[in-house]
Design a protein around this ligand. Structure first.
Ligand code: AKB
Length: 315
């Protein structure tokens, strides 16, 4: 039997859905969810769960030994907007949790790591359209600085110690079943909830702010596919650009209006505008498409129909 999988940060936006999908693929007992605190009782009861502080090396090591873990998905992180409010803690959490897992792999205690990077590795001096895999990277947020440094360390541990670490630069992620926690792209989830509950939404980004985005189904599939790919097809050991769609608040509002004609939007940009303005508008992800056969499925129209259908059932 293959070793088990550990997800650190399993109660977050990506972690919750990743846990469910990995359990479908590998069996509930083979996927251990963990987070700093217990999440929804239903989620905690749905399979093996451990309370783990991502900053506690010994705790992670003992859970790995207890459950005979082979692969770790390290999803714990402070996202862009929250990180700006607490830069020192963001740096500590985002970097040291990664070092713990990289060092466990270096010591031969685990075989494979997934660690999420982000479009936040790019900055105001990066070309904004079709941002290439290799380009100028001068991130201006603490989150982006931590992700860029993390990428460098992943590549270093791979090159020097042979650690099998794989990573994706996620764009903004949109999901009906879990809420985002403290990102700049969170508006693209809130807008669907408010469209159904209030028929209107006040957006914290301006109407023409274009950002790369992806539906969660695609993001989870990409995460599992990059981890399942043969090691020699993963040519990039920092992190892969990944793309599905890009849109502005005005365009997502228009897509919603096609299904909810009375929906209205207004704009009140806040501190997150500056973060969004420093990021790419669209991403060139040819390397991921060539190396491990990445293909997205959802665009703005199909995502909007799926989001509204699922959220309407919940209301
Ligand atoms: C954020 O907005 O901080 C995240 C991201 C793009 O990494 N969604």
């Amino acid at each position: 039997m293959m070793g088990r999988i550990l997800i650190i940060g399993a109660c977050g936006q990506i972690g919750t859905e990743l846990t469910k999908k990995l359990r479908e693929v590998y069996g509930t007992e083979n996927v251990v969810a963990s987070d700093i605190r217990k999440g929804e009782p239903e989620f905690v009861a749905s399979g093996p769960f451990e309370v783990v502080n991502a900053l506690d090396f010994n705790q992670i090591e003992s859970i790995i030994e207890k459950h005979e873990v082979e692969d770790v998905y390290l999803m714990a992180a402070l996202l862009s907007a929250t990180a700006e409010k607490n830069p020192a803690f963001a740096w500590d959490l985002n970097m040291n949790s990664l070092f713990h897992v990289l060092n466990l792999a270096k010591a031969g205690k685990i075989k494979k790591i997934f660690w999420p990077s982000s479009i936040a590795v790019f900055g105001p001096t990066t070309p904004k359209q079709d941002t290439p895999q290799y380009t100028v990277m001068e991130p201006s947020t603490v989150y982006g600085i931590s992700k860029q440094s993390g990428e460098r360390w992943c590549e270093y541990y791979h090159n020097i110690y042979g650690v099998d670490v794989r990573s994706i630069r996620y764009p903004g992620l949109i999901s009906w079943s879990t809420l985002p926690g403290g990102g700049t792209t969170d508006y693209a989830v809130d807008i669907y909830h408010k469209a159904l509950s209030d028929g209107k939404y006040t957006c914290f980004l301006s109407e023409e702010t274009r950002l790369p985005m992806m539906y969660m189904d695609d993001a989870i599939r990409a995460t599992i596919e990059i981890m399942q790919a043969p090691a020699d097809s993963i040519k990039i050991r920092s992190a892969y650009n990944l793309s599905a769609m890009d849109f502005t608040p005005k365009e997502i509002a228009e897509a919603i209006k096609k299904e909810i004609p009375d929906f209205t939007i207004d704009y009140a940009p806040d501190f997150r505008q500056k973060i969004a303005d420093s990021w790419p508008q669209s991403i060139d992800d040819n390397s991921a498409r060539q190396d491990w056969n990445w293909k997205h499925e959802f665009d703005l129209t199909s995502m909007t129909s799926d989001m509204l259908a699922h959220l309407s059932e919940k209301v």
